[in-house]
Ligand binder design. Structure first.
Ligand code: COA
Ligand code: AMP
Length: 629
């Protein structure tokens, strides 16, 4: 069947489409129907089913006789370690950890925060939680204690599972002090923490801490428990427009059905193939495509602890692909920009056998044409951009290579996947003509596996996503659809920026800057960056009578953002100005500031209060190397 036929088949009968896809899942009690719309605009999928995620990701493969198949390849250039875990070994490890958690009283519905580096045990921890119906919430290692504390207070976990350290090139990141700091800051206190000790830096354990292996001693392995189809498998926090992150809820059954469907139809792999997503378990790409989808589908997944460059050099990706026989590879464009910067002609790839790789998949940020063309030429495989979000958990628009490889149009992540009726709307919620820009919205209901709501915040869910365009999910992205139905993603419509494929909130950074005692007012914008796509840049107006120099305050706010949000914010640019450009009604002209910074043509809005302020902004930006004529 062609893509058009598959998509039309879904449009004609979504219920039949998803019930058919659901046949690939092993149910304890099969769903009687797919969509539950009694609470519209809040929708659920496969709600009356009974199922277990871990059983589908691990146990069923062992029972089918594939226990010797490799489930996880661990490749860690930062430690020099490599290992392989079979499905049978994974089952044993997961059941043992789940048994330990259960023995400490963790039951279905309890939350467990996971704060782990890129080691196989991070996947073991996630799977152990879903095995017993506990709801995990993984927090990315590059976040500071304060961000961890915010998530602890929102998810109110019974337990935390943490590694003793992460390893960044040139430095060891001790997790235990960050964890202790977060628990101190948080109002909610978890009952205990499980610590996975790494030889690079063992943590000192306190009275609430239990060592990973100790937890498992003398307790029986835990079986998979049945949960209902709408039971949350996990919560993953993502940036919104304010400093309070949104807890995206992932429902169990829809997650299983949708992710399993994507592995063949989008990533074009068959069970047994090696699939590699070079991301981090702290992000949605890591949840969906390092942990769950490859395992549910019976593939081998690669857990890579390293960077595209510097661990040890720009050949690392090629080595991992060749050495582990990777068939489909997924990463963010920024990783390729980093490699290209060090090996612009891609000479070093010639030393590696890439002949088995079928395709490269890019997502997480806009894939710029230069990067796509370079990757196509150097790697000699199709490069498929695809667009999705933490909220959806899988592709909204992509190239369905396993159904039919569509011609690549550079600059477009290709076409809407079955399940998604993507439309471009104007401010009034009307569809714009083909080729015109507008807000990208998806007609409700969203497909299985996408967020049914935000954790403990259904009102916020409705307000943030379902209110601007009644009957639609507002993606927060703007773009257009061409005559061939190809989608183009142009920009965010909110204060979210994308730094090296990491989604960050400028509003959240502004809250940190505003907390500095000398800062009267501030604004953070995302400026274009050749490597990371965007970088945050802060403008500060200081209080009258401030006795500190501008340099002092700038240095302090940079440190403050690193302490409060974390190194991942990459906040290193700030300047002091007398005033911020505003409209007469007091709205800060952030978009105009971005245009000035990026050296783009702009027109000051008619409502601007004082156009002279823009010149001041330009001068300040020029001092930082931006706003070049
Ligand atoms: N734990 C602790 N610190 C972390 C971290 C983690 N898991 N991940 C990143 N950091 C730190 C980095 O060490 C860096 O700190 P520094 O300011 O002291 O140098 C800072 O956070 C910013 O990290 P990053 O944005 O990753 O920049 P980088 O300069 O270290 O690397 C790239 C740049 C392009 C190589 C890197 O961003 C990359 O590999 N990106 C791949 C894309 C990706 O994984 N995207 C995820 C979504 S698909
Ligand atoms: P995240 O939730 O971290 O995955 O970030 C999702 C956001 O990243 C989207 O809303 C887009 O703004 C951006 N994004 C992700 N993939 C793409 C893509 N292929 N092209 C353009 N932007 C993308």
């Amino acid at each position: 069947m062609s893509y058009k036929e598959v998509y039309a088949g879904w449009q004609a009968d979504p219920e039949a489409f998803w019930m058919k896809a659901a046949e690939a899942i092993d149910w304890i009690k099969a769903p009687s129907k797919a969509l539950w719309d009694d609470d519209a605009p809040l929708y659920e999928w496969f709600k009356d089913a009974q199922v277990n995620t871990c059983y589908n990701a691990v146990d069923r493969h062992v029972e089918a006789g594939n226990g010797d198949r490799v489930a996880i390849i661990y490749d860690s250039p930062v430690t020099g370690q490599k290992s392989k875990t079979t499905y049978a070994e994974l089952q044993e490890q997961v059941a043992a950890l789940a048994g330990g958690l259960a023995a400490k009283g963790v039951v279905a519905g309890d939350r467990v925060v996971i704060y782990m580096p890129m080691v196989p045990e991070a996947l073991v921890a996630m799977l152990a939680c879903v095995r017993i119906g506990a709801i995990h919430s993984v927090v990315f290692g590059g976040f500071a204690a304060n961000e961890l504390a915010v998530r602890i207070d929102d998810a109110t976990p019974k337990a935390i599972i943490a590694g003793s350290c992460g390893i960044e090139p040139g430095r060891i990141v001790e997790y235990k002090p960050l964890l202790d700091g977060a628990i101190d800051l948080a109002t909610h206190k978890p009952e205990f923490s499980v610590i996975f000790q790494r030889p690079q830096c063992e943590a000192e354990l306190g009275p609430q801490d239990i060592e990973w292996h100790e937890l498992q001693k003398g307790v029986p392995p835990a079986p998979c428990v049945a949960v209902s189809g709408d039971h949350p498998a996990y919560i993953l926090y993502t940036s919104g427009t304010t400093g309070a992150p949104k807890g995206v809820v992932r429902p169990t059954a829809g997650h299983l059905v949708a992710l399993n469907w994507t592995m063949k139809n989008i990533y074009n792999v068959v069970p047994g193939d090696v699939f590699w997503a070079a991301s981090d378990v702290g992000w949605v790409v890591g949840h969906s495509y390092i942990c769950y989808a490859p395992l549910i589908h019976g593939n081998t997944t690669v857990v890579f602890e390293g960077k595209p460059v510097g661990t040890p050099d720009a050949t690392t990706f090629w080595r991992v692909i060749a050495e582990h026989d990777v068939r489909s590879f997924f990463t963010a464009p920024t990783a390729f920009r980093a490699i290209k910067r060090q090996d612009s002609k891609g000479e070093s790839i010639k030393n590696f056998d890439m002949s088995r790789l079928r395709a490269l998949y890019l997502a997480g940020e806009r894939a710029d044409p230069d990067t796509i063309e370079w990757a196509q030429e150097v790697m000699g495989v199709p490069v498929y951009d695809h667009w999705w979000q933490t909220e959806t958990g899988f592709t909204i628009a992509g190239n369905p290579a396993g159904i039919e490889a569509m011609p690549v149009k550079i600059g477009s992540p290709t076409v809407a996947m079955p399940g998604y009726d993507v439309q471009i709307l104007d401010e009034g919620g009307h569809q714009v003509p083909v080729g015109e820009l507008g807000a990208i919205a998806v007609k409700l209901p969203l497909p299985p596996g996408t967020l049914p709501t935000l954790w403990n915040a259904s009102d916020r869910f409705i307000k943030s996503y379902l209110t601007t365009f009644p009957g639609y999910y507002e993606t927060g992205d703007a773009g257009m659809i061409d005559e061939g139905g190809y989608l183009y993603i142009m920009a965010r419509t909110d204060d979210v920026i994308n730094v090296a494929g990491h989604r960050l909130s400028t509003g959240g950074m502004e809250e940190v800057l505003a907390s500095h005692p000398d800062v009267a007012e501030c604004a953070v914008i995302g400026v274009s960056d050749e490597l990371k796509g965007q970088l945050p840049l802060g403008f500060l107006c200081l209080n009258d009578g401030c006795t500190r120099t501008a340099e002092q305050v700038v240095a302090e706010v940079i440190t403050l953002v690193r302490e409060k949000i974390g190194p991942v914010a990459a906040f290193k640019l700030a300047c002091v100005v007398d005033r911020l450009p505003k409209t007469r009604s007091g709205k800060i002209l952030r978009a105009t500031m971005v245009s000035i910074a990026d050296g783009k043509a702009y027109k000051a809005p008619a409502t601007i209060d004082d156009p002279a302020v823009l010149d001041e902004v330009r001068l300040a930006l020029q001092k930082l190397g931006y706003a070049q004529p």
